[in-house]
Design a protein around this ligand. Structure first.
Ligand code: GDP
Ligand code: ZN
Length: 277
């Protein structure tokens, strides 16, 4: 055994690893025999996700653009709750700030305030002017960061800005749909610094909520958690029940209506899926 000293090795897994049914993932920590490139051992993972296939993630960065394409809050919340359910740290990034107009700026501020009140860190960036990029970078240090978000929001461009020379392909957003084409296919840990990595993922488009239970869903909305404790019924789903503090909080403007609506929408999806089984 030895240290690869930063060199990239082409490796294959020892038969016993293959036979044990372990599928190696990007991000796996392994012991490798540097002389013949055979992987002898795969260390236990602290987490892993299937789509994209990555292990040992420290943080997910959810990227949306403020314009072209406009922010998709349903997708943002879908991504957020799927990361929450995995108990992985998450930060949010609103990119293409150079394209923002006054109306969009007001909306972006409202969005920022809402998510900050839920306890999330949210950055404004422009991969073109460099606005906010340095600040974002300081939060990526010494972590395996997975960049997630729909295609066309600027993930590859932002990564190129953070680490020029990686030569990631970026594709112009098609004028007709304002959605980018898929240019990111295989999964790779891009080394930014010695212990800092970014995984650029193929655009998440249709994230479903398979495997979620209705109870688990409410625990993925921090603002619902903070009011749910005082609802009249212990098993309150915060939908049609009387004396629901969550619904009250929505009416009093303490919970953003779109977040509550997304909760209801996801709840319905989950309950419909539960009925099928
Ligand atoms: P990805 O699919 O998320 O990786 O998006 P890309 O990085 O391929 O970017 C899609 C398009 O948006 C490209 O034409 C980029 O040049 C453009 N783009 C990316 N970031 C910005 C930004 O901050 N401002 C502006 N104006 N354009 C951007
Ligand atoms: Zn309730």
């Amino acid at each position: 055994m030895g240290d690869t000293c930063g060199a990239v090795l082409r490796c294959r897994a020892r038969m016993k690893i293959k036979e044990s049914g372990i599928n190696l993932l990007a991000g796996d920590l392994v012991e490798v025999n540097v002389s013949d490139g055979v992987i002898e051992k795969v260390y236990p993972r602290k987490n892993s996700i299937i789509r994209p296939p990555v292990a040992n993630i420290d943080q997910v960065v959810i990227l949306m653009s403020v314009s072209k394409p406009p922010i998709d809050l349903v997708l943002l919340d879908r991504l957020l709750i799927s990361v929450e359910s995995l108990k992985i740290d998450v930060i949010l990034c609103l990119n293409k700030m150079d394209l923002i107009n006054d109306l969009q700026k007001e909306r972006a501020e409202e969005i920022r305030e809402t998510y900050e009140n839920c306890g999330y860190r949210i950055f404004y960036t422009s991969a073109v002017t460099g606005q906010g990029v340095h600040q974002l970078e300081t939060f990526l240090k010494n972590k395996v960061n997975v960049f997630a978000g729909p295609s066309g929001v600027g993930k590859s461009t932002l990564i190129n800005r953070i680490k020029p020379g990686l030569q990631l392909k970026s594709a112009p957003v098609s004028l007709k749909t304002e959605r980018g084409r898929h240019t990111t296919r295989h999964v790779e840990l891009l080394m930014i610094e010695k212990a800092t990595f970014i995984v650029d993922t193929p655009g998440f488009q249709k994230l479903d909520l398979k495997g979620f239970s209705s109870r688990e869903l409410s625990s993925c909305f921090p603002e619902i958690i903070s009011f749910a404790g005082s609802c009249r019924f212990t098993g309150c789903m915060h939908r049609a029940e009387p004396d629901c503090r969550v619904k009250e909080a929505v009416q009093r403007g303490k919970i953003a209506p779109w977040r509550y609506n997304h909760y209801l929408m996801f709840l319905q999806e989950i309950q419909q899926a539960e009925k099928k089984f």
